[in-house]
Design a protein. Sequence first.
Length: 424
Amino acid sequence: MVLKKLSASLLLVILTGCGGGGDGTADTSPNVATVQLTTSTQVAPVTVVTPAVVNPFQTPAKLQHDKYRLAIIDYRFDPPASNKDINGNHTTSFEAVKPMIDKSKAIGFTGILLTLQIPVNIKTGLVAYYDQPPNVKTLPKDLWKVVEYAKNNDMQVWLALGMVDSITDGWAPIKFDKFSEQFLFNNLIEAEKSIAITAQKYKVDGIYVGGCSWGLESQEHVHYWKQLIDQVKTVFTGKLAYNTCIITDTPIWNYVDYVSIFLVSSLSKTPVYDLRTIVGLYNKTVHGIDEVAALQQLHKKYGKKLILFAGIKKADTGVGIDPPGFWDMMFTGAWEQKSVNVDQRMYLLKTQAFIEMIHRSLPDITDGMAFNEFAPWLEEVSFTKPNNPVYIYYCCSWNLTHDLDVQKTLNYYFSKPWGHTTLQ
């Protein structure tokens, strides 16, 4: 996934009250309990009426074993213990994350992808878990409890181990002037192998050994990636993947099980409100690229199935066109007040179009879809004010946590067989 700037405090998105689970049929008969009060005076029974809970989701369809839909949970590391959500739970605790897993399953996701991170000091090449007190960057303390819960609920579990700058939590611009590339990868191998050993014990289904490491994806670096992948394979028998953040070519895919891409597509410079038109734009983006053909070619070249990440933002000036300065806050850390326009109608159409494009053009060569994102750390109560610049940024990026409209949109497709399309 595209990794984002993380501040010491984190964001609360106000709860909108989505339910989940069940067979999709609302129980319209209220639960009625009659309570007899025992007092010295005869009184009439008191009738307590509990409103019926209406399940907003249809029953998910059962997928064939080699297809899956992953809900991304942005997990990373534990923020300070003082960071609580609206229910009083530590933001990354099992109690805070469990409802997100339950919601994911109710929507129809067949698994979760926990995005962790390997924080690297870009000046020393060392894995640095303690660069920014009090925000230590060690794995969340409830990580394996979360994994076990998801597995016990018949969900796949994947881990994403992306290398990030230990200070900014974003892209790590590595320069090999003070340390060697071998030194860096030796440290990555030690960190990832340790996690993979425990992942094997908990029957984790897959691991992303990295992703979006711009500048380290070309042929001259692949020798080191192969070392890392070979070492992880000595302790982990599940699937391995690497994802790029745009449609590009990396020889890393020769050594993992999937060609995986974060599909952030610039499709139109102006808003489009017709589903068929948006789907067609994947065949000719604003840069003149036929992305469908490009994905088919990558499948053919590497002989690997695809996992495609939905990079669908709520706010843009067209279809996949970032508003001016949208990414400035991520790369600079300057969280300034910005006015952005959220076009919910087009956001839902873009979500549909992503699925329709895969189902129409790539159903046989795509094994998985991954959707951003449930974000436990965004629930921290200090971000309840909607004028908070971090709130403004993330609410207009991608977040599934409380967006019932997009949850229902996903659930509609997830209640149908793989390959279902509404377009003829």
